[in-house]
Design a protein around this ligand. Structure first.
Ligand code: GDP
Length: 441
C-alpha cells in the first residue's frame, strides 16, 4: 500500500510526541531527527529533506507551539502543512485548448506504465464527457500498437494507427487531423519509450512536440523506482520540457520518495496518481489528501468521491457531513462496506479511513472479512448501530453469538470503529477555523 512504511514511522514518532504533553526544544529536535531519517529511508531526495526539516524546525520551536496545550498536535499540524507544500499545495488540473482538439503528449521510459496510463487517462476524460482519440506513435516496441488498441477498446476509446512504417511525428499529425474531422476533442499521443534515457528518443520527442504543439506534455514515471523516477523527471523536463507528471504504481510504493520529491526537484506538478493495474485505477493527485494518507489521517474526501460514484449524490453529501462531524454510525459503515465491492479493494477503502492504516496491516482484509463485519452489524439492534456507546459486555456477547464470531473479534471491530471516529473528531477540531480547505474541514 502506498506510503505504508513511511506512514507507520510517522505515526510512531507522533504518538511519542503526543504522549509527552509539554515539549521543549530538545524534544522537537529529536522528533525532527526521526522525521528526517524516516524521509531519507523513504528515498526522498536529501536536499528536499534538508529544506523540509529546516522549515519545520523553524516553525515548530516557535512560541505558539511551545506554549500550546497540545504541542504534539501542533507539530503534526505543521508537518502536515509542510508535506502539502512539498507536494504542491493545490491539485493542478489539466488545461484545455480553446481550439479543439486538446493535445496531450505522453512521454516516459519503457515499463513506466505509459500505455496503460494513456488508456486510463482517456477513460477518465471520457467519463468527464470528453471525446478522446488515442494516437499510437510507439512504432518501435513490438506489440505496442496492439497493446494500445486492446486497452483503448477496454475503455471504449478509439485508437488511431498507421502501423509501424511511418514516422511518429507524421502519425501524430494525421491523428490530429482525423480527430478534427471526426469531432474528437482530445488527442492523447502515446510516444515511444526506451529502457534508458537516450539522445535518439529525446530528439524524436522534441520533434513531435515542436510539430504538434501539445497543450501538455505529461511524463509518466514509475513511483516504485524512487529517486530514479525523480532523476528521470528532471532529465525529461530539462530536455523536452514537461507540464506535469503522472506517478504510476503508487499501490506498490510503500516508501513514497518520488511522490514527495518530484515537485520540489522539478517544480512541475504531479497531476495524477495511478494505484493499480485496472484501467480505472487512476486518481487526480491531491497534495492535501496524500499528506493526510502519509500521516495516517486517512483520505476521507477520496473515499467520499469513490462512494459518490457508487451511491447517489444526496447520500454522498450526507455521508460527508457525518464524516466531518464524526457522527457516522454502524449503519453508515455497513452501507460503505456494501459499496466496497463496487469501489475497489476493501484494503484501499479502509486505508482511507483515519486511524485505520496501522490496524489494517495486521488484519487480512478480504471478502470473508466483509461478511464477518456485516454479520456483526446485522446482529446489532438499531439502537446499538446508531449509538455504539450502549454496547456493553453482555450486548457484545449477544452480538458475538448472533454473528457466529468470537467475542474478541467483536471487541476489536468496535474498538477500531471508535478509534476511527475519535480520530476524525480530533482532526476536524484541529483544522477548524484555520481557513484550510480539505481534510476534514
Ligand atoms: P509502458 O512500457 O510504459 O507503456 O508500460 P505499460 O503500460 O506496458 O505498463 C508496464 C506494466 O506496468 C504493465 O504490466 C502494467 O499493467 C503495469 N502498471 C502500469 N501502471 C500501473 C499501476 O499504477 N500499478 C500497478 N501495480 N501496475 C501498473
Amino acid at each position: 500500500m502506498a506510503f505504508e512504511s513511511l506512514s507507520d514511522k510517522f505515526q510512531n514518532i507522533f504518538a511519542n510526541l503526543k504522549k509527552k504533553g509539554k515539549l521543549n526544544e530538545q524534544d522537537v529536535k529529536l522528533a525532527m531527527r526521526e522525521v528526517k531519517l524516516a524521509l531519507l529511508e523513504a528515498d526522498v531526495n536529501f536536499k528536499v529533506v534538508k529544506r523540509f526539516i529546516n522549515d519545520i524546525k523553524e516553525r515548530a520551536v516557535g512560541q505558539e507551539v511551545m506554549e500550546s496545550l497540545t504541542p504534539g498536535q501542533h507539530v503534526i499540524k505543521i508537518v502536515n502543512e509542510e508535506l502539502i507544500k512539498l507536494m504542491g499545495e493545490e491539485k493542478v488540473d489539466l488545461t484545455t485548448s480553446s481550439e479543439p482538439p486538446t493535445i496531450y503528449m505522453m512521454v516516459g521510459l519503457q515499463g513506466a506504465g505509459k500505455t496503460t496510463t494513456t488508456a486510463k487517462l482517456a477513460g477518465m476524460l471520457k467519463k468527464n464527457g470528453k471525446k478522446p482519440l488515442l494516437a499510437a506513435c510507439d512504432i518501435y516496441r513490438p506489440a505496442a500498437i496492439k497493446q494500445l488498441q486492446v486497452v483503448g477498446e477496454q475503455v471504449g476509446v478509439p485508437v488511431f494507427t498507421m502501423g509501424d512504417k511511418n514516422k511518429p511525428v507524421n502519425i501524430a499529425k494525421a491523428a490530429i487531423e482525423a480527430a478534427k474531422s471526426n469531432g474528437q476533442n482530445v488527442v492523447i499521443v502515446d510516444t515511444a519509450g526506451r529502457l534508458h534515457i537516450d539522445q535518439d528518443m529525446m530528439d524524436e520527442l522534441i520533434e513531435v512536440k515542436e510539430e504538434i504543439r501539445p497543450q501538455e506534455v505529461l511524463l509518466v514515471v514509475d513511483a516504485m523506482t524512487g529517486q530514479d523516477a525523480v532523476n528521470v523527471a528532471e532529465n525529461f523536463n530539462e530536455k523536452i520540457g514537461i507540464d506535469g507528471v503522472i506517478l504510476t504504481k503508487l499501490d506498490g510504493d510503500t516508501r513514497g520518495g518520488s511522490a514527495l520529491s518530484v515537485r520540489a526537484v522539478t517544480d512541475k506538478p504531479i497531476k495524477f496518481a495511478c494505484i493499480g493495474e485496472k484501467l480505472t485505477d487512476i486518481e487526480v493527485f491531491h497534495p492535501e489528501r496524500m499528506a493526510s494518507r502519509i500521516l495516517g489521517m486517512g483520505d476521507v474526501l477520496t473515499l467520499i468521491e469513490k462512494a459518490s460514484e457508487a451511491i447517489d449524490a444526496k447520500k454522498a453529501a450526507e455521508m460527508e457531513r457525518k464524516f466531518r462531524k464524526a457522527e457516522f454510525t454502524f449503519d453508515d459503515f455497513l452501507e460503505q462496506m456494501q459499496q466496497v465491492k463496487k469501489m475497489g479493494s476493501l484494503g484501499d477503502i479502509m486505508s482511507m479511513l483515519p486511524g485505520m492504516n496501522k490496524q489494517l496491516k495486521d488484519v487480512e482484509v478480504d471478502d470473508k472479512e466483509i461478511s464477518k463485519v456485516e454479520a456483526m452489524i446485522y446482529s446489532m439492534t438499531l439502537e446499538e448501530r446508531n449509538n455504539p456507546a450502549v454496547i456493553n459486555p453482555s450486548r457484545k456477547r449477544r452480538i458475538a453469538k448472533g454473528s457466529g464470531n468470537p467475542i474478541q473479534d467483536v471487541n476489536r471491530f468496535i474498538k477500531q470503529f471508535e478509534q476511527a471516529k475519535k480520530m476524525m473528531k480530533q482532526m476536524s477540531g484541529m483544522m477548524k477555523g484555520k481557513g484550510k480547505k480539505g481534510l476534514l474541514n
